[in-house]
Design a protein around this ligand. Structure first.
Ligand SMILES: Nc1ncnc2c1ncn2[C@@H]1O[C@H](COP(=O)(O)OP(=O)(O)OP(=O)(O)O)[C@@H](O)[C@H]1O
Length: 259
């Protein structure tokens, strides 16, 4: 079977400005967790936006599940660091929203909401409003909402950036468990090297002089059943962080590069 996502020779930019990205080749296999690491402004979100069909590339191809992406890609879920829960809707209604928008029959919505609220440990919060939730619960609700229509690929753009370190670690464990239980494929953008190592099967580093490209790739060999609580003490963890740190340093744009 072909890869779930195949990006080849991708170039992208905005308006009349020069390309932000060029020559980006990235393949994501089904069930894989790939993180994109890179300096601020290098074009990480732009890769996700081209994959989601929200931005039309200037050159190259984005093939999702064997078909070129043309228009909005409805096969992906997208979670950002923004809190986009509707404050006037209860959590169960917020999570059900994508199903209503897709006109999923009413009888199917209830069981799916139940499944995803359970998966993300939110059953007790079903009837609460977003303002009554902690930061971590809101993140879990947003994750449930991004996953409830069972997209094959989850795009995550710094989804935990606003959380404190302890909550972030909790969310990492929740996310890995959810990935294991659902088999969803993830393309994850972060600035945080430790987060990329903890979560991913593979990390790609984007950067270099404008237009940016992929400058480094690193396999993360911890497997699907990694023990998140103790992973940071794994003898290979620090070495992987060090290698990625070095790659990230060399991915920084030269002084005076337009950003
Ligand atoms: N809608 C837009 N219009 C014009 N320029 C844009 C737009 N979106 C992004 N850019 C520019 O494209 C470049 C890449 O942006 P992008 O958001 O992809 O970077 P990033 O690597 O995700 O950055 P960060 O880590 O800071 O979120 C930046 O220089 C940004 O200013």
């Amino acid at each position: 079977m072909s890869a779930l996502l195949e990006v080849g020779g991708l170039a992208a930019g905005f308006g009349t400005a020069p390309d932000v990205l060029a020559g980006v080749d990235l393949t994501v296999e089904r069930g894989e967790f790939v993180s994109v690491l890179g300096p601020s402004g290098c074009g990480k979100s732009t890769i996700l936006n081209c994959t989601a069909g929200l931005l039309v590339p200037r050159a190259g191809r984005v093939v999702f599940d064997g078909r070129p992406v043309e228009g909005v890609n409805t096969g992906v879920g997208y979670m950002t660091q923004d809190d986009t829960l509707l404050p006037w809707r209860r959590i169960a209604d917020n999570v059900a929203l994508p199903l209503r928008m897709r006109r999923v029959p009413k009888g199917e919505i209830g069981p799916l909401v139940e499944r995803y609220l359970t998966l993300l440990d939110l059953r007790d919060a079903a009837q609460l409003y977003p303002a009554q939730l902690s930061g971590g619960m809101k993140r879990r609700a947003l994750l449930a909402r991004s996953m409830i229509y069972e997209p094959e690929l989850l795009l995550m753009d710094e989804p935990f950036a606003a959380l404190d370190a302890q909550l972030r670690a909790q969310m990492h464990a929740e996310l890995r468990r959810t990935v294991r239980e659902t088999g969803v494929t993830v393309l994850f953008v972060t600035h945080d090297i430790g987060e990329a190592v903890a979560l991913s099967d593979r990390v790609v580093v984007v950067g270099g002089p404008r237009p940016s490209g992929i400058v480094h790739e690193q396999a993360i060999p911890f497997g699907t059943d990694r023990e998140m609580e103790t992973l940071r003490f794994h003898p290979d963890f620090a070495a992987l962080e060090r290698d990625l740190h070095a790659a990230l340093q060399s991915a920084r744009p030269p002084k005076g590069d337009p950003r």
